[in-house]
Design a protein around this ligand. Structure first.
Ligand SMILES: [Zn+2]
Ligand SMILES: [Zn+2]
Length: 464
């Protein structure tokens, strides 16, 4: 199934481009991410993470490619998309096996590929996404790990001099020299008039100056001190989000399989086969916004009293049903026949970040103008134009109406950040058209026709 799923990889270090099959790419990504001698189930969980990260970016699955190098699906910068072993042709057997045994499997949340982040060692607990990325992601939650204490990075120590600390952080402060208190170490210092130590509490014990001199074998008890270095104790390695790799290793050694490992670190997720668009779900991974134009206020009606806002909403509802059934994620800009102003509806569309939007409207023209469907797109919007052409074709062949498409610099078209069209499906001032669109069956036909146009736009083929 995944055969032929090609990936464009940009090697950001060598400035090279690789075109390779997804499954082949995953091997190089795993080879860069995890030591090949990790247990098989840990390698398999890593393979699923690497594959999921790639799939999430691929345009065929609704991704937007690498955001830094948008011509490509992924880059090889581990800090951006994900790392990639540049030892081409030298993939260890264990990694090949792990990738092959998980072929086509990805990690999903509500059916969508997740941002399957991983890190070396969490140090006991993973982290909540909002503390690192700033936004809350439902599947990147803090979880207890308890499997990574074997990691060489579980606790590491480093001594950093004050001089180095100032330099690295670009700060300056006085590290005072003198008889200064250092909480918990040197406290309650009493000196003689000449500056010799009379009494001092070191830790939990008091000493006389003379004792200090003797015990430390120093020349005198007239002394000063200063902090010159700090020993840091570092727990874990990496950002702490998603899968703890040493934790995955620990879980695998305890007999857990890769699916359990992944579900432990990614809250509420499932391991699933990649779903490819097919006849059963041609619009899978597509996000479509449907905008029922006009709300209930200043809502115009036809001669029979049929309200435009109502018609637009009812048609949008049916269109949403059809598109969802075919696999698309759909949002409506308003619910029920509520009033919602244009800016608010545009905001809904842009927040949803869809692949395209369809705005449904009705015309109010001279009563004798009959049988026209008008489709508008923004001047210069090539995709919008193609979508308009496809929907026009569908109207002409399915409903035998005169459909026309125009470019128009309309506010809604201009403000939405994705391709889209505005469709005026009837002339509500024409009594015959008003009657026709008042019928549920006709409205359903219109929605079905718009769906056919969308299929034509994506696949260049006509479904019934
Ligand atoms: Zn990237
Ligand atoms: Zn851990």
């Amino acid at each position: 199934m995944e055969q032929g799923l090609m990936l464009k990889v940009f090697d950001s270090r060598m400035k090279k481009v690789y075109r390779m099959e997804l499954e082949e790419y995953v091997k190089y990504a795993v080879a860069s991410a995890m030591p090949a001698d990790f247990p098989m189930e840990a390698l398999k969980s890593q393979a699923v993470c690497c594959r999921t990260i790639a799939v999430r970016r691929m345009r065929i699955f609704g991704g937007s490619g690498c955001t830094r190098y948008p011509e490509y699906d992924v880059c090889t910068d581990p800090g951006h998309c994900q790392g990639f072993s540049d030892k081409l042709g030298e993939i260890p057997e264990s990694i090949k096996k792990a990738v092959e045994e998980t072929s086509g499997l990805i990690l999903t949340y509500n059916g969508n590929p997740v941002e399957a982040l991983y890190h070396d060692t969490c140090g006991g607990y993973t982290e909540d996404s909002e503390n690192v990325l700033g936004n809350k992601i439902s599947y990147l939650r803090k979880v207890e790990c308890g499997f990574c204490s074997d990691s060489p990075h579980y606790v590491t120590r480093r001594i950093i001099t004050i001089k180095n600390l100032k330099k690295k952080l670009g700060v300056n402060f006085d590290s005072a020299t003198g008889k200064v208190d250092i909480k918990g170490i040197f406290e309650e210092i009493k000196t003689t008039g000449s500056g010799r130590i009379k009494r001092i509490k070191v830790g939990d014990r008091e000493f006389s100056g003379e004792e200090i001199k003797e015990l430390l074998s120093i020349n005198s008890n007239k002394l000063n001190w200063k902090v010159v270095a700090i020993a840091l104790e570092i727990m874990g390695k990496g950002h702490g989000l998603g899968m703890c790799q040493y934790g995955a290793r620990g879980m695998a050694l305890k007999g857990q399989d890769f699916a359990n490992i992944l579900k432990h670190y990614f809250t509420g997720t499932e391991v699933e086969k990649i779903k490819m668009p097919s006849e059963d779900n041609p619009l899978i991974f597509k996000k479509i916004a449907v905008d029922p134009g006009k709300g209930s206020e200043d809502d115009l009606c036809g001669p029979m009293g049929l309200s435009e806002g109502f018609i637009n909403y009812e048609m949008a509802r049916v269109l949403r049903e059809i598109l969802s059934k075919e696999g698309a994620k759909v949002i409506l800009t308003r619910n029920n026949n509520e009033k919602k102003d244009l800016m608010e509806r545009i905001r809904v569309i842009n927040d949803f970040d869809p692949d395209l939007f369809i705005s449904l409207q009705q015309n109010f023209l001279k009563p004798d103008r009959e049988g026209y469907v008008e489709i508008f797109y923004l001047p210069g919007d090539k995709e919008g134009k193609r979508l308009a052409e496809c929907i026009k074709e569908a109207f002409i062949s399915n409903l035998k109406v005169q459909a026309v498409s125009y470019e128009a610099d309309l506010f809604l078209l201009r403000e939405c950040k994705c391709p889209g069209v505005m469709i005026f499906t009837c002339n509500l001032n024409c009594p015959r058209e008003e009657k026709r669109i008042s019928e549920e069956k006709y409205r359903k036909n219109v929605a079905q026709t718009i769906f056919s146009g969308i299929i034509l736009y994506y696949y260049g083929l006509t479904l019934k």
